[in-house]
Design a protein. Structure first.
Length: 117
């Protein structure tokens, strides 16, 4: 239902752009975001943005990552600059969609980002 792309191997200091497209219908009230899970660690929120809201970021990525969304296309992207080895993780896109039955939560399949020289 969510298809993520853009992961790969990059050297420290480099950049990557992750993209995620929803193949399901999304309401006009939703929260789009990116999470990541490093080996041996819990999944954590990297960045999120609600419809009509301002983005919020994990402290560890502030000033380096930028989340953006396209409401017309139901896509969310994550521009990652000045990458560090500690950014290595599997990144998951996430959409929380507000419906008449409550919140529906969708996850992408995960895309691996490896930052290494």
């Amino acid at each position: 239902q969510l298809q993520a792309s853009g992961g790969g191997l990059v050297q420290p200091g480099g950049s990557l752009r992750l993209s995620c497209a929803a193949s399901v219908s999304i309401s006009s009230i939703n929260i789009m975001g990116w999470y990541r899970q490093a080996p041996g660690k819990q999944r954590e929120l990297v960045a999120g943005v609600a419809t009509g809201g301002s983005p919020n970021y994990a402290d560890s990525v502030k000033g380096r990552f930028t989340i953006s969304r396209d409401n017309a296309k139901n896509t969310v992207s994550l521009q990652m600059n000045r990458l560090k080895p500690e950014d290595t993780a599997v990144y998951y896109c996430n959409i929380k969609d507000y419906t008449q039955k409550g919140w529906a939560v969708y996850w992408g399949q995960g895309t691996l980002v490896t930052v290494s020289s």
